[in-house]
Design a protein around this ligand. Structure first.
Ligand code: ADP
Ligand code: ASP
Ligand code: MG
Length: 417
């Protein structure tokens, strides 16, 4: 069995959907499960629906309509008039509207997941129908019936035992299966999600549970490069990377692979390929056991929009184990992702990501015990295997707020002008 994952960029318009069929024609239709994200920027568009629902209900209908129209435009190019997919897509968006009309829950994260899943539900119905229309037999699978999680909406944790059993009972070899990335469900069958950009992780969950031969994630780049091409010029393709190297790159923010993707694969030594959906015949990047990095070049990872918080004690005492455990407890409660930290006898600095909009209440709590300074909108720059020369060139004229270094990694928190 092979698992393929196609992200938002690979289903962003009618031509991209056609291209999926082309990739499958080149790589074979059998023993394959394909995981698909929401089309283009649909997840952001659905976030607008949720925002309207909680903040300005007069805009709910319009925001839903915008999202529906985007999908209708795509299917009107892909399918003949009167095809059943039109009804399917209309029904999905009607369900979404009905949910919001009837919903009584004030829980933002719960509502978020019940709404946001329509991106993936719609895209997979469209791709599955398009493949069928082109005589590529396939089976549409609701990932929520297979991937079970806790009820930690928007960032749910997988129940691996149940998930493995469900997947192995449902997905048999030979066929072609089409399912959604990102979505899952909790014990009461309400939808949960695995965190933004989580479809890569879904690919890894299926690959792990199916003991797949490999997982391929198809991207709009030739593979993993030594820097984000949107940020750096003259990037180089990394041909081979070890799991550990890739885990570190993803953890520090190389957004080409979701950080949770690699560990399940590493556990079973399932190779991960990152390939271009534009040139599927090219080898792309192989991530697996063995060689650390080929070619051995410096890699740079930029994570913007971080917050640097520096804490010192109010009463001149030292910042010790007890305080640090306290601080981490708060970071955990407010769901802050820590990307770097540093402590000295009298201060503790931590670089965090405010994914769940909880900075204000966190600062309030911290101020009760510490003197708090913070900087919003800072950038975390992580360099791996870089020479001092390469670092100097990169840092030229930029203001460094914090630096941390070991043999392979140098990290900087930079203030953006
Ligand atoms: P999708 O959601 O379609 O699966 P993403 O947009 O999440 O794809 O990931 C692909 C993007 O990741 C690329 O367009 C590129 O700008 C960005 N990226 C960041 N770091 C890297 C890197 N080291 N190598 C390649 N692409 C990178
Ligand atoms: N559609 C989801 C997102 O945009 C998941 C994904 O694409 O990986 O975050
Ligand atoms: Mg994505």
């Amino acid at each position: 069995m092979q698992v393929f994952k196609f992200g938002g960029a690979s289903v962003k318009d009618a031509d991209s959907v056609k291209n999926i069929a082309t990739v499958l024609k080149k790589t074979g239709f059998t023993n394959k499960l394909i995981v698909i994200s929401a089309m283009g920027k649909t997840t952001n568009a659905l976030e607008n629906v949720i925002h309207a629902y909680f903040n300005d209900s007069t805009k709910v209908t319009d925001t839903i309509e915008t999202c529906l129209d985007y999908h209708l435009d795509i299917i009107s190019i892909l399918f003949p008039k009167g095809h059943a997919i039109f009804e399917t897509v209309h029904t999905l968006f009607k369900q979404l509207g009905n949910f919001l009309e009837l919903n009584k829950s004030p829980n933002y994260d719960f509502v978020y997941d019940q709404v946001i899943c329509y991106g993936e539900l719609t895209s997979t119905h469209i791709v599955s129908a398009f493949l069928s229309e082109n005589n590529i037999k396939n089976q549409w699978i609701d990932a929520r019936e297979l991937i079970k999680t806790d009820a930690n909406y928007r960032d749910a944790h997988v129940d691996w035992e149940t998930t493995k059993k469900n997947i192995q009972d449902t997905i048999q070899k030979e066929g072609l299966f089409v399912t959604q990335g990102f979505v899952a469900s909790e014990g009461n069958n309400f939808t949960t999600t695995l965190g933004r950009e989580g479809s890569d992780y879904t690919g890894a969950i299926f690959a792990y549970c199916l003991n797949a031969e490999n997982l391929t994630i198809w991207k709009d780049v030739p593979g993993v490069l030594n820097g984000d091409p949107r940020v750096f010029k003259n990037t180089k393709l990394l041909k081979r990377i070890s799991y550990n190297e890739a885990i570190e790159m993803a953890f520090y923010g190389a957004s080409v692979i979701h950080p949770k993707t690699l560990q399940p694969l590493q556990r079973k030594e399932i190779p991960l390929y990152v390939k271009s959906f534009i040139t599927p015949e090219n080898p792309g990047t192989y991530i697996g056991k063995g060689i650390q990095l080929d070619p051995m070049v410096a890699c740079f990872i930029v994570k913007k929009n971080q917050i640097l918080i520096s804490l010192s004690s109010i009463d001149f005492s030292f910042i010790m184990e007890e305080n640090i455990s306290d601080i981490f407890n708060l970071l955990h409660i407010y769901k802050m992702k820590v990307t770097m930290m540093q402590n000295s006898a009298i201060s503790f600095s931590v670089c965090i990501e405010n994914k769940f909009n909880t900075l204000e209440p966190l600062l309030k709590k911290l101020r009760a015990t510490y003197k708090v300074r913070w900087n919003e909108g800072v950038t975390l720059l992580t360099a791996r295997h870089a020479s001092p020369n390469e670092m100097n060139l990169l840092l030229h004229g930029r203001k460094v707020l914090l630096k941390q270094e070991n043999r392979t990694v140098t990290q900087y928190v930079l203030k953006e002008e």
